[in-house]
Design a protein around this ligand. Structure first.
Ligand code: ADP
Length: 573
């Protein structure tokens, strides 16, 4: 607290942290109070920062990460020392992997004791542990350095390829005092935190030449393109070039999924056949089969050329050769391409585009037939057929999605219509992001949030339904309950009393969890019941959990990534 007895007005570490964050436009902290940061959360709230308190730091961290993705400002996660820090670290590593800007600020024990390993309360060399798992890590020891520490953390998180930053604040820092005016002067308002990076003109030309000569071009949009908030330029590129495009999962909605040039329902065909592929903020990692092999047409791969737009120059050639690297920020690169096309750019060859759209339309009809079935026991398809109509009617709603089959089916069945409305398991295919993402999406956007959760995935962050109720957030959680991981029918091969490792309590009522905290719980066994409950949840904005009872025999092992299980992989060889 400022020392009122002194003649000079004083400030302290607590207030310098808060003032530095506010000075940089940070208005929300996601965290969990405890020693030594409890007072920081109280004072931050008193000073007008919104403090969202979670039940587990990993969920607070995930909330901060996705807030970063949605706003281009680093999401702040605040934790206690050692165990709290470690709980937040998973989210920090995940944010870095996904290129989301986030800052994990953790209180820590005193350096003198930690370094001599004398056994302090929650002793841990947190800075050393965080370093290899994030983009940058800093420690602030003196109150007068708080401004610099926070400025460096912000710049590191959002400039270039965004990522996670760790900021270590030993307990003693918070109570250090200094003269208030000097404290104010020590703070830094970061100017141009993520400077535009204009692509070199010859790189633009190289890319345009390849695009111009392409017979079967394809544009692939990744979540980097969604993050960049260059929505109008991206639409102009797609429409002016006439090239079919494929959105990666979190790029869905960048252009509406029912756009005339969407190739989503002809994914296998376009990946195997395209001769020139323009990657916009998407990496050729496992999610894109590393740009080679069967998915990419086997032998045909040798004639394929890639153009890649990315802010990270070292991303180029990471998996296959990139014929035309275009290094810069997506907004600048895409605008440069659109400008370079000029007024008379010839659209993508019609024989190619009509072949793509013909396949797509056939698959869309097939899917519609499947979705129109209403089997006696609700399954993924019939449940999602109901949900997809409600998402269509509420395009501003944010959809959070995790699970195995629940993820795969939702991604392919539920169309998105606006940018940055689909938030999911991302690059790691991680489970546990659900409630953290849902809370932050509601806090940041103020729009309805629909979280479609596998029953297993929900378990990782389910306790945060209390957080959702406490802050009265307009979140509707739908748990696809098929009694287990993947499905609920496995049996214990030994004949013993324990159920199989993948099986949960049969007939569990997740909806009652939400009721326990004053929210609305609904047990839905038919698409009609599910549809009614979801519509009501969106209309009322009340925290709701729908226990959607799904056929327990539905679902395949690991969803669409069965091939990654060691035994399945070995059998294939
Ligand atoms: P997806 O999983 O959807 O394919 P990735 O996370 O693999 O997407 O790829 C996102 C890519 O976007 C990263 O390589 C990252 O460097 C890049 N990126 C993120 N923001 C920008 C930006 N503003 N400008 C250019 N590239 C960006």
């Amino acid at each position: 607290m400022p020392n009122e007895s002194a003649t000079q007005e004083m400030t302290d570490g607590f207030h310098l942290v808060i003032d530095a964050l506010k000075l940089n436009g940070i208005d929300t902290i996601y965290g969990l109070p405890g020693i030594p940061i409890t007072d920081l959360t109280r004072m931050a709230q008193a000073e007008g920062i919104r403090v969202i308190s979670f039940r587990h730091e990993q969920n607070a961290g995930n909330a901060a990460a996705i807030a970063g993705f949605l706003t281009q400002k680093p999401g702040i996660c605040l934790t206690v020392s050692a165990p709290g820090f470690l709980n937040g670290l998973t989210a920090l590593a995940n944010a870095t992997t996904n290129c989301f800007p986030m800052i994990l600020i953790s209180g820590s024990s005193e350096r003198e004791i930690v370094d001599l390993q004398q056994g302090d309360y929650e002793e841990m060399d947190q800075l050393a542990i965080a370093k290899p798992l994030c983009k940058a890590a800093y420690r602030v020891l003196h109150a007068e350095d708080i401004g610099v520490g926070i400025a460096r953390a912000i710049r590191s998180a959002v400039s270039g390829r965004p990522g996670g930053v760790y900021l270590d604040m030993p307990a003693k820092l918070f109570s250090q005092t200094m003269e208030a005016q000097a404290g104010k002067r020590s703070l830094i308002k970061v100017v141009d935190a993520a400077p535009r990076q204009i692509p070199a003109p010859d790189s633009v030309q190289r890319a345009l030449t390849l695009l111009k000569d392409a017979k079967r071009p394809l544009i692939l949009l990744g979540k980097g393109a969604a993050y960049a908030q260059a929505d109008a330029s991206i639409r102009a590129l797609v429409e002016k070039s006439g090239i079919p495009y494929l959105p990666m999962s979190m790029a869905k909605g960048l252009l509406p999924d029912n756009h005339a040039q969407s190739a989503s329902a002809a994914r296998s065909y376009v990946l195997a056949e395209a001769d020139v592929v323009l990657l916009v903020g998407a990496r050729l990692n496992w999610l894109l089969s590393h740009g080679k092999g069967k998915t990419w047409g086997g032998d045909k791969a040798k004639d394929r050329k890639f153009i890649q737009i990315d802010i990270a120059p070292t991303e180029m050639d990471s998996n296959v050769a990139i014929a035309a690297p275009l290094v810069g920020d997506i907004g600048s690169c895409v605008s440069a391409l659109v400008d370079g096309m000029g007024a008379n750019w010839a659209k993508a060859p019609a024989d190619w585009t009509s072949a793509v759209y013909e396949r797509r339309d056939k698959n869309v009809v097939k899917m519609a037939e499947t979705l129109s079935k209403n089997p006696p026991v609700m399954n993924f398809h019939s449940a999602l057929a109901a949900i997809r109509e409600i998402v269509k009617a509420n395009p501003e709603a944010v959809l959070v999605n995790e699970g195995a089959n629940t993820l795969d089916f939702t991604r392919s069945i539920v169309d998105m219509y606006q940018p940055r409305k689909r938030l999911d398991v991302g690059t790691w295919g991680i489970m546990g992001i659900g409630m953290g993402y849902a809370v932050a999406a509601a806090v940041v956007t103020g729009k309805p949030v629909i979280a479609i959760e596998g029953d297993s995935a929900f378990g990782f962050s389910g306790m945060e339904v209390e957080t959702i109720c406490r802050y009265k957030l307009p979140v509707c959680v739908i748990v696809f309950n098929n009694n287990g991981v993947y499905r609920g029918t496995d049996v214990n091969p030994s004949g013993g009393a324990d159920v199989a490792p993948t099986v949960f309590v049969k007939g569990a009522r997740y909806d009652v969890m939400m009721e326990a905290f004053g929210g609305v719980g609904v047990n839905a066994t038919t698409p009609a019941e599910l549809s009614k409950a979801l519509k009501e949840a969106i209309a009322s904005g009340k925290p709701t959990l729908i226990n959607a009872v799904i056929d327990e025999t539905a679902g395949t092992e690991s969803g669409r990534i069965t091939s990654l299980n060691p035994q399945t992989a070995a059998q294939k060889k």
